[in-house]
Ligand binder design. Structure first.
Ligand code: FAD
Length: 547
């Protein structure tokens, strides 16, 4: 039987080495040579021809050998393709000869030879899984489980697959000693400890991203073929198609790749996954697929403005940096609505959540939790949370769960013993000190006080189009109008006169700017629809580039 280690550390065949040798160069090496070190970017891929290469990691404060590569074996893990900073160091331990290929050349080789591609990519994915399961500590995040800032950092790390260790001020006996060692009072937490013990007090999300090596540098003078704004399913699908068809594509994402789908515990209706697939796994695979083809993805990268200068589209980020591009794909999806009750914002991230991933679910093990909403995303959250919580209170305005929830989910929800559905009910108050402690639920027969550390919100969503205000036509609810939905007068404007055609199916009122997925007016709010639209839009991008 093939073990995980066999998949992670395979030997290449003579033919595969020959194929790589034709693209790479031979390099004589000596014991002690460092091929790449933790924190390096843009490092090369090495196949051992003679000698041996040790892979080391130091995340636990001492050197630990992950593996020693021998002849016919190769170095590297997923970060070869993602462009993120290396988590490990590669050091030669026996004189010999290696084959050296740059990341771009490796990508081309993997594209050309499907069998080699499968061996290398499966090995990279399995190596990361083994590294994490064997105690790799990654970045350390120290903070209180009740702090919204600490939750924000952990949420960002989890959703962006940044390996990290969470040290809980309330629960971990070593936390205080560690803070004392660094001379930090608990009031200055959360704290992040990165490579070589570098410490960041109360870091922003951007600080954590830099510390984890997620940021990507861009040349402001370069004009890209396509900038995709938003890395949910629609943006990632567009990135895969665009990059695989040879376009220069950059993806800018505000918070986490995967978008809403990335927060789903299990997507059961996406074609090709009969047992369902978690949002996290779908995202991890899609991200690697896009990066394997050469798409560059940066997180966090919040776009605040879209403009046009001398016929080139300009995308401006929150930090003031600007990207120049021929085409733009708006894939910014939607955000869940908030409740209009006093103190609501105070508890966001500190007991009020818009996703029910494993991280949030574990936080409320054996407690009562409250879910507001009656759509499919609420249904999935209820099923997932019921496995951890003592009781799940579901608050729905109407009296029929089946109105907007799929039948299979309604059946499941109604058969779970620890789920209580409050029909015709609303939340009228949220209470607590620094963290949510209770909510008040009102229905026709009066008010109920539920002590809970977690309230999950799934009550409909608004389009993320604030950054597009005045740039492209939106419908009355703020969703982007495209193609046939645009007013007839659009084509009479001078900018359409210049291009001499009507807008393409997914094109906005601004030529060369497309909108796909949930953010588009009239879209079907499903993963498959978002993926389909992202893929289709790329064919129109080719047409615009040809103009
Ligand atoms: C919990 C949950 C479960 C779900 N389950 C299912 C399911 O089982 N099956 C199904 O078919 N559908 C499901 N859905 C719906 C599905 O996830 C969405 O239809 C789909 O994710 C839409 O994809 P999208 O790419 O259009 O937008 P989104 O997924 O919303 O992604 C948009 C991305 O854009 C980013 N963004 C927003 N503004 C900016 C900005 N200014 N700059 C940069 N980036 C920005 C956001 O951070 C986000 O990552 C679920 C949704 C949720 C919330």
């Amino acid at each position: 039987m093939v073990s995980d280690k066999d998949i992670a550390f395979p030997r290449l065949t003579e033919a595969q080495i020959g194929m790589l040798a034709a693209r790479g160069s031979r390099r004589a090496v000596h014991a002690g040579d460092v091929l790449f070190a933790e924190g390096d970017r843009g490092f090369c891929f090495y196949v051992v021809l003679r000698g041996a290469v040790e892979i080391l990691e130091r995340s636990r404060g001492h050197e630990h050998t992950v593996v020693v590569h021998e002849p016919q074996e190769f170095t590297g893990d997923v970060d070869m393709l993602t462009g993120r900073a290396a988590l490990v160091t590669a050091r030669v331990v026996a004189d010999g000869e290696l084959l050296e290929l740059g990341a771009k050349t490796l990508r081309e080789a993997v594209d050309e030879d499907a069998e080699l591609g499968e061996v290398v990519i499966k090995a990279f994915l399995m190596r990361r899984t083994l590294l994490l399961s064997e105690g790799f500590a990654g970045v350390k995040i120290i903070g209180s489980r009740f702090s919204a800032d600490a939750h924000g950092l952990r949420d960002f790390a989890t959703r962006n697959a940044v390996p990290f260790t969470w040290i809980d001020l309330e629960m971990d006996p070593d936390a205080e000693a560690l803070l004392r060692h660094f001379g930090i009072p608990p009031s200055e937490t959360p704290v992040v400890i990165g490579r070589e013990g570098k410490l960041h007090r109360r870091p922003s999300i951007a600080d954590l991203a830099r510390c984890a090596g997620l940021d990507v540098a861009f040349d402001p003078a370069e004009v890209h073929d396509l900038v995709v704004v938003g890395a949910g399913p629609s943006g990632l699908a567009a990135a895969v198609y665009a990059a695989s068809e040879g376009l220069d594509v950059v993806v800018l994402e505000r918070l986490a790749t995967g978008g809403q789908a990335g927060t789903s515990a299990r997507i059961e209706n996406y074609l090709g996954f009969p047992a369902g697939i978690s949002g996290a796994e779908l995202t991890r695979n899609a991200l690697l697929q896009a990066q394997r083809f050469g798409a560059r993805i940066t997180v966090p990268g919040t776009v605040v403005r879209l403009g046009i200068e001398d016929g080139v589209r300009i995308v401006t980020l929150e930090d003031g940096s600007r990207l120049r591009t021929r085409c733009v794909l708006v894939a910014t999806g939607v955000s869940y609505r908030r409740l209009d009750v006093p103190r609501f914002r105070e508890f966001e991230g500190a007991g009020i959540y818009y996703a029910a991933t494993d991280m949030e679910a574990r936080l409320c093990r054996d407690d009562d939790v409250v879910v507001v909403g009656a759509g499919n995303s609420a249904g999935q959250a209820i099923v997932h949370l019921a496995r951890y919580a003592r009781r799940v209170h579901v608050v729905v305005r109407g009296d029929d769960l089946g109105k907007s929830m799929s039948r299979y989910l309604v059946d499941r929800v109604e058969h779970i013993d620890n789920v209580v559905v409050h029909r015709g009910a609303v939340i009228v108050a949220v209470e607590g000190e620094s963290h949510l402690g209770a909510v008040r639920i009102r229905n026709g027969s009066g008010e109920m006080h539920v002590a809970t550390p977690a309230l999950f919100m799934f009550i409909g969503a608004d389009a993320n189009t604030g950054w597009l205000d005045g740039c492209v036509d939106l419908d009355a609810k703020g969703f982007v109008l495209t193609g046939p939905a645009l007013p007839r007068a659009t084509v009479d404007t001078p900018r359409w006169g210049t291009v001499k055609r009507a807008p393409f199916l997914l094109e906005t009122s601004l030529p060369g700017v497309f909108a796909v997925g949930d953010v588009r007016g009239g879209s079907i709010k499903r993963v498959s629809a978002a993926v389909g639209e992202g893929s289709i839009a790329v064919s129109f991008v080719h047409k615009v580039l040809a103009e």
